[in-house]
Design a protein. Structure first.
Length: 76
């Protein structure tokens, strides 16, 4: 499990305890909390996926650069 997934679960657990508070036993509030929770989980997942794809792009760019350097060295 990634740190972002752990954070999302932690935030969800906090929100869950807040929704069990009798003051918040209100359908609208629960809907809001659920939509926020879903948003946070999706954002965490997308953020992680984006970070991984950016890391892959950076690694590919680095490989291309290394290949160019090796080709230049072998030509001389």
């Amino acid at each position: 499990m990634t740190k972002w997934q752990k954070r999302a679960i932690f935030i969800c657990s906090i929100l869950k305890t807040k929704t069990q508070n009798p003051v918040l036993e209100n359908k609208e509030m629960k809907k809001l909390v659920v939509s926020m929770t879903v948003g946070l989980v999706l954002a965490a997942g997308l953020g992680h996926a984006l970070a991984n794809s950016l890391k892959d792009v950076a690694m590919d760019a680095n490989r291309v650069q290394n290949n160019k350097v090796e080709a230049a060295i072998s030509m001389h």
